[in-house]
Design a protein around this ligand. Sequence first.
Ligand code: CP
Ligand code: NVA
Length: 306
Amino acid sequence: MKNDVLSLEGFTMEKIEGLIGVAQDIKKDPKAYAWDLEGKTLLSIFEKPSLRTRISFELAMKQLGGHTITIDSQSTPMGKKESIEDTAKVASRYADIIMARMYSHADLIKLAQNASVPVINGLTNKFHPCQILSDLLTIKEKKGKFEGLKLAYFGDADNNVTHCLLLGCAIMGINIHVACPKGYWPQVDVLQKAIALASGSEVVVGECPENAARKADIIYTDSWMSYHIKEEEKPRRIRDLMPFQVTSRLMKAANKGAMFMNCLPAQRGMEQSAEVIDGPQSIVFDQAENRLHMQKAILLYSEGIA
Ligand code: CP
Ligand code: NVA
């Protein structure tokens, strides 16, 4: 069975709760899952750099009894001498699962449409579903629930992580407030989908950081310089986004026990101050660890096992 994971569109609360349950079981007793993907091979393709996604997927596959092959796009003819369609067809003859980190989301869809094996999105410019599935696991562990929580996101919101947070929060009944400057809004089609998915919870985008932070249980930010952003844009982005930096003052505007999240990689002094990310409310390394446990659940789901 081929279960692609390309974005969170099409996911339901039950499906996400199910994946979180599997990830929690695996985290408790990883040895019980040591042979679930015995003899299977994961092919990982990277067009962009990665630390967490690469290591957690490779380790997850190995700890489930499988094999891994990882290639970067520069060392393959994909998209240059060979079409994405042909790459997908060839890779499907060797590997059982493909995980790809690509620039264009349309290219990832093309890869999935032409692969006969499941394709997992390891991040595109538009979506990063595996990150948000594992963040939902982290939120469940820390808060014990989803419904009624408020997550406030600050900074660059025309962003893969923000897009999946909008969809994931809407599906799970978490109120999401995004604070960003003009020109950095989430893409309209994603925002509309999130609003349509939210049954009862709020989906709000605005330009006032204090309003977003008020009564928030989770403060979330992401890089101002995503992998696909050109270096020459940095000075302008710093100028535009600095009013949305997560500082101790902003943390104080949130609920007392609010948690600080960042999917990482992070730059101290950019999207958050050092005292926030290194402070007691930060759970960024728990987030990073949970990538491993959730990747295992995602791999099993892609194969129709979980
Ligand atoms: N959060 C995340 O996806 O990190 P990497 O870019 O290191 O994979
Ligand atoms: N928005 C960031 C996420 C990194 C995991 C990027 O695309 O670089």
